[in-house]
Design a protein around this ligand. Structure first.
Ligand code: TNX
Length: 526
């Protein structure tokens, strides 16, 4: 975590004290019982076999051995383990040095694991993690992390033994697109806050972060050809707060930070509705050319770009060109939701003009499922956000070959309240307790959208009521691990009764990480 990583130096500094300060009897070293085993991991692995006689104990001499491709993941793992253990945990390349090791190796893994999967073997002599790619190693490291006591997440050296529970795992995801969305438009979150969230979602093998970068109440990304979008449109937020925006340099740094956690950022510019901040910044975007006031309330559906003005498409072209240049991933999200102030004919006209712009800049379209009615190219990914099991336009898009990203609002919207008294959040799509959020399947929710039509799952977090990182955490935890498991784990391995027990074991970890989570009464927290 960025909160945690800053303490690494401190951890190393006190290393000598701890190593030599341990009492000779080292009583902590005697209990070898593991807190959690490979069958407790979230998301549930495809195959996991615990072996209590094969526990591995980290010690001050343990090394992390990697090949060239695994080096970065090795460093990441060392960064996770050093603060609490105080061990040196050098990352060594090749076969140098005997000693007990955690070895990370690319290649030589079963074909079954694919690009994101891994094989893990923990035995009393060491840990072996194998994958086809560094991405797969990264997934495996998140599993390995959960096999250590939750105190491993502490930011200062803990005097205790560090047992990795023994066993074997073979694992790979059900869906390749497992996403979380953060609305930075209604309230702005700083790069540091977004990085913290990235670290929090990465530990559950989420591989995509969708950033909602513009809305009626604020514009959050610097566009050099239209500077007032950020310097004027960035000044506002829901409720009249100070707002903010990312410079392109800051945004690139965020994208790189996410990439270091094997997370792809998908940027969204919402259009043709949800555009008041842009139209407040540039009066020429309005049909009558007259200035309009900023909006900081939470109404939706009143704004629309001017469909029949050329400058609208100059604007969209410039914004998407600059955004594409900042985006290593293949998708740009062009919004498309709740365009109630755009006529149906205008919506079609707009779509026909804008869709080729995304292609021109070498990207593919994602957008809210409203775009399904515009017959987008089959490479486009509509994101389903409805609350009922039928949607003719989405089903028709699936039949044409479009993959669908599943975010049914009454299951996957993390801004929905847990219960009527939840102090944060909204409730228009219903109340979403932990069980409701977990107990559904993306391949059976929507008529005409089955396993092969689904690209994956996203859990959106809208921020009308969220101002701080604690607010983000309280709404995302404990629901987020459930969406991660829905996206990763085999359908048949998931039951609520088993999940709630595994989920309970995650809470000491969140306490160590300083995550403010909702203590649902549906789970017997540890
Ligand atoms: C609907 S879901 C919206 C957002 C709001 C959200 C609040 C969707 C595509 N649009 O504009 O923030 O509800 O839950």
């Amino acid at each position: 975590m960025s909160k945690r990583l800053s303490t690494t130096v401190l951890g190393v500094a006190v290393l000598s004290l701890v190593t030599f300060g341990l009492p000779a009897t080292a009583s902590a070293a005697q209990h070898t019982k593991a807190e959690r085993t490979v069958t407790d991991v979230i998301p549930a692995p495809v195959e996991a076999k615990a072996d209590p006689r094969a526990n591995f104990r980290l010690n001050p001499a343990t090394v992390i051995r990697t090949d060239r491709d695994g080096r970065q993941v090795g460093e990441y793992l060392a960064g996770l383990l050093r603060p609490a253990t105080g061990y040196r945990l050098p990352v060594v390349t090749g076969h140098r040095g005997g000693g007990p090791a955690i070895s990370l190796e690319t290649g030589h893994a079963s074909d079954r694991v694919g690009t994101e999967g891994y094989q893990l073997k923990v035995s009393s002599s060491g840990v072996s993690l194998r994958a086809k790619t560094d991405k797969g190693l990264f997934s495996g490291v998140q599993t390995l992390r959960q096999l250590l006591p939750s105190a491993i997440e502490a930011t200062t050296v803990q005097k205790r033994s560090w047992v990795v529970s023994g066993g074997t795992v073979l694992d790979y995801p059900r869906f390749g697109y497992r996403s979380a969305m953060l609305d930075v438009a209604r309230h702005f979150f700083t790069p540091a806050q977004v990085k913290l969230y990235i670290d929090q979602i990465a530990q559950y093998k989420i591989n995509t972060l969708h950033l909602h970068l513009s809305d009626d109440q604020g514009w959050r990304i610097e566009i050099k050809s239209w500077p007032k979008l950020a310097t004027v449109g960035g000044l506002t937020a829901v409720g009249g707060g100070p707002g903010g925006y990312y410079t392109q340099e800051q945004y690139k740094d965020l994208v790189a930070y996410a990439a270091s956690r094997h997370i792809t950022v998908v940027p969204e510019i919402d259009m043709p509705g949800h555009t008041n901040a842009a139209q407040h910044s540039y009066a020429e975007l309005n049909c009558d050319g007259k200035p309009i006031p900023a909006r900081t309330d939470i109404e939706v559906g009143y704004s629309s770009l001017c469909i029949n003005k050329d400058i609208t498409y100059t604007f969209v072209d410039d914004v998407l060109r600059e955004l594409a240049a900042l985006t290593p991933g293949k998708y740009l999200n062009i919004g498309g939701d709740e365009a109630h102030a755009t006529t149906p004919e205008d919506y079609q006209t707009f779509a026909k003009k804008v869709q080729p712009i995304v292609a021109k800049y070498g990207k593919q379209i994602t957008g809210w499922h409203d775009i399904a009615k515009t017959n987008p190219p089959v490479s486009a990914v509509p994101q389903f956000w409805g609350t009922t099991g039928t949607d003719a336009n989405v089903a028709a898009a699936a039949a044409r070959g479009n993959k669908i990203l599943m975010s049914p609002a009454n299951k996957a919207y993390m801004d929905m309240k847990y219960h009527p008294q939840t102090p944060l959040g909204l409730s228009w799509a219903g109340l979403i307790e932990v069980k409701t959020g977990y107990d559904w399947d993306p391949a059976t929710y929507l008529q005409g959208v089955t396993e092969q039509n689904v690209i994956g799952v996203e859990a959106p977090l809208w921020s009308e009521t969220l101002v701080t990182s604690e607010h983000i955490e309280f709404m995302a935890f404990p629901r987020l691990p459930g969406y991660a498991e829905i996206g990763w784990s085999p359908k048949d391995s998931r039951t609520w009764d088993a999940y709630r027990l595994r989920l309970a074991k995650q809470s000491p970890r969140w306490v160590q990480q300083g995550i403010d989570f909702y203590r649902s009464t549906q789970v017997d927290w540890q």
